[in-house]
Design a protein around this ligand. Structure first.
Ligand code: G3I
Length: 355
């Protein structure tokens, strides 16, 4: 007589999960109306030039989205060469793609603590500020009238929300408020029309960090910084309690500025001892993404700048390729599956946006 318990105990957890997943095979892809024809505001997706060579990506992205954010090729890491010269080949291609297809281009990102470029770090003190100003002026100026907005400064708040990140820019330009204010002033001078965003992540997930971001915005606005848009990346932690997303969006809306859900994804990856069933994780993912979509939809129309997904298909997600090892090759954080089929999650978002 086979002892089923002993047999099951011998089966590694991941094999069971795989069986479970196959047992709960994906439901047939829902037929949904194109997101951009339903949403009464811009819907965006991040893009890299390699994807512009993929006809399937191009067809799906242009069908559903009205705005592109450069996933990495409008950042210093791609534009600034080792000798400090600026290379716009990739960013120009993205801009040209948007213009050819009547899509909005969103510039991401000018100044980021995580990209303290070595060329800048090597500059002597008497050149640093001028080169900082010149970089922003050249990049924003190049896309004046072509980029609808910019993440001028990305992720200024410390990981745990206890303060604000020290970085090359704050160290060399007189502190956190100083480098941020300088970046916005330069961007405004270079493009009087573009919406200028302060962008950060985990603002919904971590109320302490969200509160620190709101305090920083208030302080900078009071000092006269030309911040004209607020970006919340929304890399959602699907295990946060109901209501946290709604509460943050309400507080964010209090400034009366356009809001960009700028990098939505909702990872299914849990911790090492994750015992949630597949169905439980998918339900949590749906609940939190729907809460975000509803909170965004509830904003006054003038404050709904754009709702952007950080990747088109699950296979495009940065979470699959994370260099920090925290990725999961099976993660499914986005609105379309690996084959580009709409997922039930997309149908839920379309429903919220009016489809
Ligand atoms: O494509 C090149 C490849 O040709 C080259 O061999 C390789 C090694 O240099 O680099 C490849 O480019 C990488 C690119 O992703 C495309 O995969 C870059 O090195 C790598 O730095 C870049 O990572 C991006 C990361 O930001 C840093 O820029 C991720 O795609 C992107 O998803 C991630 O996005 C960030 C947001 O900007 C800010 N919020 C968090 C979000 C996730 O980290």
């Amino acid at each position: 007589m086979i002892d089923r318990r002993a047999l099951l105990a011998a089966v590694p957890a991941f094999a069971l999960a795989a069986c479970e997943r196959s047992a709960t095979a994906a439901p047939p892809a829902p037929t949904v109306r194109p997101l951009k024809t339903v949403a009464p505001f811009a819907v965006g997706v991040c893009a890299k030039t390699g994807q512009l060579n993929d006809p399937a990506w191009v067809e799906l992205a242009t069908m559903h989205f009205s705005q592109l954010t450069a996933e990495w090729e409008m950042k210093m890491e791609r534009i600034v060469g080792d000798d400090g010269r600026l290379d716009f080949a990739a960013s120009d291609r993205l801009a040209g793609f948007c213009e050819a297809r009547g899509m909005r281009l969103f510039g991401h990102t000018l100044i980021w603590y995580a990209q303290a470029h070595p060329w800048f770090a090597a500059l002597p003190a008497d050149r640093f500020a001028a080169e900082y100003d010149r970089y922003i002026a050249e990049v924003v100026g190049r896309y004046r009238g072509r980029a609808v907005g910019w993440d001028v400064v990305n992720e200024p708040v410390s990981e745990d929300g206890s303060g604000y990140r020290d970085c090359l820019w704050s160290e060399r330009l007189g502190g956190v408020d100083a480098y941020i204010r300088r970046a916005f002033d330069q961007a405004r001078e270079a493009d009087g029309e573009a919406v200028l965003f302060l962008n950060d992540y985990n603002l919904e997930n971590n109320p302490t960090k969200g509160a620190a971001y709101l305090r920083l915005v208030e302080r900078l606005l009071k000092a006269g910084a030309p911040i004209t848009g607020l970006g919340t990346q929304s890399h959602l932690d699907i295990e946060i309690p109901e209501g946290r997303i709604t509460a943050f969006m309400r507080d964010l809306a209090g400034f009366g500025l356009p809001i960009h859900v700028s990098e939505l994804d909702a990872s299914l990856k849990g911790g090492r001892l994750d015992t949630r069933s597949e169905a439980r994780k998918l339900a949590q993912q749906k609940d939190r993404v729907v809460e975000l979509a509803e909170a965004f939809m509830a904003l006054p129309a003038a404050q709904r700048f754009a709702f952007t997904a950080w990747g088109l298909r699950d296979s495009d997600s940065w979470m699959r390729q994370r260099q920090d090892g925290a990725g999961d090759p099976d993660d499914r954080p986005l609105l379309f599956d690996d084959a580009g089929r709409p997922k039930p999650l997309l149908a839920e978002v379309v429903k919220v946006f009016g489809g």
